[in-house]
Design a protein around this ligand. Structure first.
Ligand SMILES: NC(=O)c1ccc[n+]([C@@H]2O[C@H](COP(=O)([O-])OP(=O)(O)OC[C@H]3O[C@@H](n4cnc5c(N)ncnc54)[C@H](OP(=O)(O)O)[C@@H]3O)[C@@H](O)[C@H]2O)c1
Length: 224
């Protein structure tokens, strides 16, 4: 018997990387998990774009009809495009902001009524240390994650009395295919399952406790 038997979860970008680590952790504890991704894969037969509000509404509508509500939402889908502002096209800017910031808004917008039906829930927003530490060539990504942190804190204060907890996680380097590839960070980097474990820890925490902002780093990155 898992701790999450009977719980309904949705993880955006759950087909690979960090999202997959979280899906596997939730599944192991007994949750029923729906995932979204752009690419049609075996586990996700049709593209489910978090940038497209109509697609998001359809996905949450299906979950509501099939499961009667939602207990856990993980806003994980994200992209990283890193370039100087003068070389960033408006299309690239939109891709980053629409995926990393509009997506969590669209999904939360649809999830909250489904969580209220269940008497509460938990929303996780996968941000980044880039949500508090700006870096050169990171303007679009930094803006999206700083924005996501602000969104998370405001949402947390808004829905807490509905029994809905909101946490945002700020991982450092995680070993995935994100951004410019993983070759440089193998070995010492966090693994997707490490983020999955943090999600489980937060779900297990007493309901009176709310860990709003969680930073996590590789314990031994290369010395500078
Ligand atoms: N890796 C790191 O070092 C790191 C550190 C801190 C924070 N993060 C954050 O963690 C999250 C996951 O990153 P990751 O490292 O696991 O990256 P990843 O391996 O590149 O996976 C990204 C996931 O997001 C999905 N996705 C992208 N755009 C989407 C869209 N428009 N609609 C639906 N799904 C979309 C992808 O789906 P497809 O397979 O269909 O493309 C994929 O499942 C991101 O928010 C990222 O900012 C990553």
């Amino acid at each position: 018997m898992g701790n999450l038997d009977g719980k309904i979860a949705l993880v955006t970008g759950g087909n690979r990387g960090i999202g997959r680590g979280i899906v596997e952790a939730l599944h192991r504890e007994g949750a029923t998990v729906t995932l979204t991704a752009r690419a049609p894969k075996a586990a996700a037969p049709a593209p489910k774009e978090v940038r497209d509000f109509d697609q998001v509404r359809r996905v949450f509508g299906d979950v509501g009809r099939e499961s009667g509500g939602l207990d856990i939402l993980v806003n994980n889908a994200g992209v990283g495009l890193f370039a100087p502002v003068a070389d960033t096209s408006p299309e690239d800017w939109r891709t980053v902001i629409e995926t990393n910031l509009n997506g969590p808004f669209y999904c939360s917008h649809e999830a909250i009524p489904l969580m209220r039906k269940r008497g509460g829930g938990y929303i996780f927003n996968i941000s980044s240390l880039a949500g508090k530490n700006p870096f050169v060539n990171g303007a679009a990504y930094n803006a999206s994650k700083f924005g996501l942190n602000g969104f998370s804190e405001a949402l947390m204060m808004e829905v807490r009395y509905d029994g809905i907890r909101v946490s945002y996680l700020m991982p450092g380097s995680v070993n995935t295919e994100f951004g410019r590839g993983s070759a440089a960070k193998q070995g010492w980097a966090l693994q997707p399952e490490d983020v999955g474990e943090v999600v489980l820890d937060l779900l297990r925490s007493p309901s009176r406790a709310l860990y709003s902002r969680v930073a996590m780093r590789p314990s031994q990155p290369p010395k500078k």
